[in-house]
Write a protein that binds this ligand. Structure first.
Ligand code: PEP
Ligand code: MN
Length: 344
C-alpha cells in the first residue's frame, strides 16, 4: 500500500482511539452527575439540557461540519450516557426499538378482522411505526359487549405483524393465554383492571423471567402511584426487570360531569421519572377517551419526558367495535411523528 495512505490511516486510528478515550471519560463524568442527581432526588433525564448541548454545538460548528451529523452523533452519545439507567438494555431488535426514544405503539383497541388490521398495520408501518397493538381478549365492562377475537385474533395479529415487520403488543387476561399463546405476543400488556391481580402478576413475572420479554403494565384506574410501582415490583421480583409503566388516566371527580373518560395523569410522568428508572409510556386514548384530545396530550406527555406512547388507531374509528370515540386515524399520528422528528 502507498506509504502516504498508510501514514494517514495510522493517524486516523490514533484519532479513533482518542475518541473512544474521550467517550469513556465523558461517560464517567455523566455517571457522576447521574449519581449526584439520584442522591438529591432529581430526575435523571433532562431533555432541555440535551437539546441545549446539541443546539450549542450546531451553532458553534455549523460552518465546519454538517449540523445533521452533529445531531446524529450526539443522539448516540447522549443515549450511551444514560443507557445503564434503563432496565431495558438487552441487545435484540425489539429492545432496540424500545430504546429508541420516544417510541410509538399504535393499532386498534380490538382486532376485528384481517382486513381491518391489515389496513391499519399497512398505514402504520409506512409511518415507520414498529409496534402494533391490538386487543384479542378484551376486559369489557359489560359481559354483553364484544369480547374480542381471542386466540384466532392473536394468530391473525402475529401473521400481519410479521408481514409488515412489526412487533405485537397485546393484553393477556389469564394464565391459559399466557402459556398457550406466549409466542404470539412480543410485549405483554396487563390491563388496568388487572394491576391488582397479584397472583397473575407473579405468574407473568415467572413466565417471562427466562427471556425477559417486556411487560407493559397499565396503571389501575383507581390506584395510587405507589401501588402502581409495587405492582411492577411483583413482576420484577420474579426475575424480569423489563417492566414498562403505562399511565392511562385515573378516575376522579372529573368524571361526574366532564367529557373526559378518565383524568389524564400527565404530571405523574414527572413523578415516576424521579422515582423509577423503568420506562414510562402514556396512553392518551384511555386517559382522555376522546380522539380530539389525543394528539395534544401525546405531545404534552413527550414534553414531560414519557419514553413512549400507546395510541388507539383505527382505519374507520366511527365503525370500531370498541373505543371508537377515542381512536384516531393512522394519518393523524403524523403530527406526533413530525413533533418527534423535530425535537428528539
Ligand atoms: C386497552 O388498552 O384497550 C385497554 C383495555 O386498556 P386499559 O386496561 O387501560 O383500560
Ligand atoms: Mn381500548
Amino acid at each position: 500500500m502507498n506509504e502516504e495512505i498508510r501514514k494517514l490511516r495510522a493517524e486516523i486510528d490514533n484519532i479513533d482511539k482518542n475518541i473512544i478515550d474521550l467517550l469513556i471519560f465523558r461517560k464517567e463524568l455523566s455517571d457522576k452527575i447521574i449519581s449526584e442527581k439520584k442522591c438529591n432526588n432529581i430526575s435523571v433525564y433532562d431533555r432541555q439540557r440535551e437539546l441545549e448541548i446539541v443546539e450549542k454545538l450546531k451553532g458553534e460548528f455549523s460552518q465546519n461540519i454538517n449540523p445533521q451529523l452533529i445531531e446524529g452523533v450526539f443522539r448516540e452519545i447522549l443515549f450511551y450516557s444514560k443507557a445503564d439507567n434503563y432496565r431495558i438494555n438487552t441487545n435484540n431488535k425489539l429492545f432496540e426499538v424500545l430504546n429508541s426514544e420516544p417510541f410509538i405503539i399504535a393499532g386498534p383497541c380490538t382486532i376485528e378482522s384481517e382486513e381491518q388490521l391489515c389496513n391499519i398495520a399497512n398505514h402504520l408501518s409506512k409511518s415507520g411505526i414498529k409496534l402494533l397493538r391490538g386487543g384479542a381478549f378484551k376486559p369489557r365492562t359489560s359481559p354483553f359487549s364484544f369480547q374480542g377475537m381471542e386466540d384466532e385474533g392473536l394468530a391473525l395479529m402475529k401473521k400481519i405483524a410479521d408481514k409488515y415487520s412489526m412487533y405485537t403488543v397485546s393484553e393477556f387476561t389469564d394464565s391459559r393465554q399466557l402459556n398457550e399463546l406466549y409466542d404470539l405476543v412480543d410485549v405483554i400488556q396487563i390491563g388496568s383492571r388487572n394491576m391488582f391481580s397479584y397472583g397473575f402478576l407473579k405468574q407473568i413475572g415467572q413466565r417471562t423471567a427466562q427471556d425477559k420479554k417486556p411487560v407493559l403494565l397499565k396503571r389501575g384506574f383507581q390506584s395510587t402511584v405507589n401501588e402502581f410501582l409495587l405492582s411492577a415490583q411483583y413482576i420484577i421480583n420474579e426475575g424480569n426487570p423489563n417492566v414498562i409503566l403505562c399511565l392511562r388516566g385515573i378516575r376522579t371527580f372529573e368524571q361526574i360531569d366532564s367529557d373526559l373518560r378518565n383524568t389524564p395523569d400527565l404530571a405523574t410522568i414527572l413523578e415516576l421519572k424521579e422515582k423509577t428508572n423503568l420506562k414510562i409510556v402514556f396512553d392518551p386514548s384511555h386517559a382522555c377517551g376522546r380522539s380530539k384530545y389525543v394528539v395534544k396530550t401525546s405531545i404534552a406527555a413527550l414534553e414531560l419526558g414519557a419514553d413512549g406512547l400507546i395510541i388507539e388507531t383505527h382505519n374507520k374509528p366511527e365503525e370500531a367495535l370498541s373505543d371508537g370515540k377515542q381512536s384516531i386515524k393512522p394519518i393523524e399520528l403524523e403530527r406526533i411523528i413530525d413533533y418527534i422528528n423535530k425535537y428528539f
